[in-house]
Design a protein around this ligand. Structure first.
Ligand code: ATP
Length: 479
C-alpha cells in the first residue's frame, strides 16, 4: 500500500462520519435515533467486512493443513455457558467517573487501579457487577443465551471435529461469526459494540509439545509485564530472552502480525502487551494482547491466551462426554491443552484497516489505500464521454468483469470526479473507454495508489486485473 501525502489521521468521530457519508457503516435503527452498540453495514461496509472475513479464513483455515473450521449456532444451550463459567462470572464492573458522572466499565482485575479515559477517578462506591450475556426465550418454556464468544462452540464440538476430520495434534479449530455482549459503555464507533463478530482459533497440543514451526521473522514493539515502555525487537529475540516464554506464543503472535502485514498494515502501529499476573485467568500461565495505536490510544485488537485443558475438562465434566484423545505412542488417553487462543474481533480489525488505508491527497481528496483484496469495489468502468460507442464497450466490459468481482459502472460527471469518487472508497483500478477502444481495442487502466495510467488490450483486461488484484504482478511491471 503506497502512502501519499499523509496528513493527520481522522479522529474516531470523523471516521464515524466518513463511514456514514460514504455508505460503509451507520448506527442500526438510525432513522429512529440509533441503538447504542449496534451498527448496520451498508453497500460498501458489507463488502469490506466479507472481504476481511474471507481473507482471515483463507489465511488461517484453507491454507493450513492443521486447522478445520466450524459455524455454530448463535443462540446456545445454557449448559454450554454453565460449563464454561460464563453464567456465573462473565461480568464487568459498572463504575461512574467522578469528574463528569460518565458511566464506564472496568474488568474486575482493574478495579481501583485504572482511571476514566478523561483522566478522572472512578467513584468506588458506584461500583457494581454487571452480567454481560444476553438471555432469550426458546419456545414456550426453554431459554438460551446469545453466545458472548465463538470459542465455547469449538470446545463443545471438539470431539466431533477432531474425530470426524481425522485430525492429529498439534491442530486447531476455527470459527468466525456473531457474538453478543451487553456492554455497559459501548463507544468509539465499532471498537466496542454489543453485537459484533469474532474470528477465533483454539489451538490444541499434547501437554508440553514443542512448536514445530519457525517463529515468523517479524519485528514489533514489545511491552512486557511490569514494564512501562515498549521496546522494538524481533519475536525470535523476545522468545530467546524469555520475555515471550512459550515458543507457541511467539509463533502465533508472528502469524497474527503476518496476517495484518499481508493485507498491507504497517506493523509500526502495532505492539504486543503481556498480561500482568493479576489480569490472568486462574488456568492461564501467560497471555499476550495484540494492540493497535488507535486515535483514542493503544487498545486491544486481539487476545492470544493460553487456556490449558480447562475448557475441555469443564465440558467433559458437565456433559459427561469424553473429550480425551489417544496418544499413538503410549496408547494412553488424555485431554489436549489449548496452548493458544488467537481471538480477533472483526470490527476492531476492520477499524484498523480503515485507519491504515485512510490518506488525504492534495485538495482534500481522501484516498483509501486498501489492499485490493479488501477493497469493497475492485474496478470502476467509465466511458470517457457519453457516446453510444464508448458506452457499449464499457457496458460489455462491466457485465463481463462483474461475474468475478464487485465492479461499478459510472458515466456521470467529469473523469477526474469519477476517479476521485472511487479513490475515496478504495477502488484499486479504474478502466476508461475512449476513441482508442473503438479504433484499436485498448482501454486505459489507472492505478489508485500512484494515479499512473497505462493502455491495455481489452482481451487481456480480465486476466491482467486478476493478477493485479491478487498481487501476482505490480502495475509498474505492466507492459
Ligand atoms: P475488552 O477488554 O476490550 O472488553 P476482552 O478482553 O473482553 O476485550 P475477549 O473476550 O478477549 O475481549 O474477546 C476477544 C476479542 O473479541 C477482542 O480482542 C476484541 O477484538 C473482540 N471483542 C471483544 N469484545 C468486543 C466488543 N464489545 N466489541 C467489539 N469487539 C469485541
Amino acid at each position: 500500500m503506497e502512502k501519499k501525502n499523509v496528513l493527520k489521521k481522522p479522529s474516531i468521530d470523523e471516521m464515524t462520519a466518513f463511514c456514514k457519508r460514504k455508505g460503509f457503516i451507520v448506527r442500526s435503527g438510525e432513522i429512529y435515533g440509533g441503538l447504542a452498540g449496534f451498527w448496520d453495514y451498508l453497500f460498501l461496509g458489507s463488502e469490506l467486512k466479507n472481504n476481511l472475513k474471507n481473507a482471515w479464513w483463507q489465511f488461517h483455515v484453507r491454507e493450513r493443513d492443521d486447522i478445520e473450521g466450524i459455524d455454530g449456532a448463535i443462540i446456545t444451550h445454557p449448559d454450554v455457558w454453565k460449563a464454561s463459567g460464563h453464567v456465573d462470572s462473565f461480568s464487568d464492573v459498572f463504575v461512574v467517573c467522578k469528574s463528569f458522572k460518565k458511566p464506564g466499565k472496568v474488568d474486575k482485575s482493574e478495579l481501583g487501579k485504572v482511571k476514566c479515559e478523561c483522566g478522572g477517578e472512578y467513584d468506588s462506591s458506584s461500583a457494581k457487577e454487571f452480567k454481560l450475556m444476553f438471555k432469550t426465550e426458546v419456545g414456550l418454556k426453554d431459554y438460551g443465551y446469545l453466545r458472548p464468544e465463538t470459542a465455547q462452540l469449538i470446545f463443545a464440538n471438539f470431539k466431533a471435529v477432531f474425530d470426524g476430520a481425522r485430525m492429529k495434534l498439534p491442530c486447531g479449530i476455527a470459527q468466525m461469526g456473531k457474538a453478543f455482549r451487553n456492554e455497559i459503555a459501548p463507544r468509539n464507533f465499532i471498537f466496542r459494540c454489543r453485537e459484533f463478530e469474532q474470528m477465533e482459533i483454539e489451538y490444541f497440543i499434547k501437554p508440553k509439545e514443542k512448536c514445530p514451526y519457525d517463529i515468523p521473522n517479524v519485528e514489533v514493539l514489545v511491552l512486557a509485564s511490569g514494564e512501562t515502555k515498549e521496546k522494538k525487537m524481533s519475536l525470535k529475540e523476545a522468545h530467546k530472552k524469555k520475555i515471550i516464554k512459550k515458543d507457541w506464543h511467539a509463533y502465533w503472535l508472528g502469524q497474527e502480525l503476518s496476517f495484518f502485514k499481508s493485507l498491507g498494515a504497517n506493523l509500526d502501529n502495532f505492539r504486543i502487551r503481556q498480561h500482568d499476573r493479576e489480569e490472568l485467568a486462574h488456568y492461564s500461565s501467560d497471555c499476550w494482547d495484540l494492540e493497535y495505536n488507535f486515535p483514542f490510544g493503544w487498545k486491544e485488537l486481539q487476545g492470544i491466551a493460553d487456556r490449558s485443558d480447562y475448557d475441555l475438562k469443564q465440558h467433559q465434566k458437565f456433559s459427561k462426554t469424553k473429550m480425551e484423545v489417544l496418544d499413538e505412542e503410549t496408547k494412553e488417553r488424555f485431554i489436549p491443552e489449548v496452548i493458544c487462543e488467537p481471538s480477533l474481533g472483526v470490527e476492531r480489525a476492520l477499524l484498523v484497516f480503515l485507519y491504515e488505508a485512510y490518506n488525504e491527497r492534495e485538495k482534500e481528496n481522501i484516498v483509501l489505500n486498501f489492499n485490493p483484496k479488501l477493497s469493497p469495489v475492485k474496478v470502476g468502468v467509465f466511458p470517457l464521454i457519453k457516446k453510444e460507442e464508448f458506452e457499449n464497450i464499457g457496458l460489455s466490459i462491466f457485465h463481463n468483469l462483474r461475474k468475478k468481482w464487485n465492479v461499478v459502472y459510472d458515466k456521470s460527471g467529469s473523469i477526474g470526479r469519477r476517479y476521485a469518487r472511487q479513490d475515496e472508497i478504495g477502488t484499486p483500478y479504474c478502466i476508461t473507454i475512449d476513441g482508442d477502444s473503438v479504433d484499436s481495442g485498448t482501454v486505459t487502466i489507472r492505478n489508485r495508489d500512484t494515479t499512473l495510467q497505462k493502455k491495455i488490450k481489452i482481451e487481456k483486461l480480465e486476466e491482467t486485473l486478476g493478477k493485479l488484484l491478487y498481487g501476482e504482478f505490480t502495475f509498474e511491471s505492466l507492459k
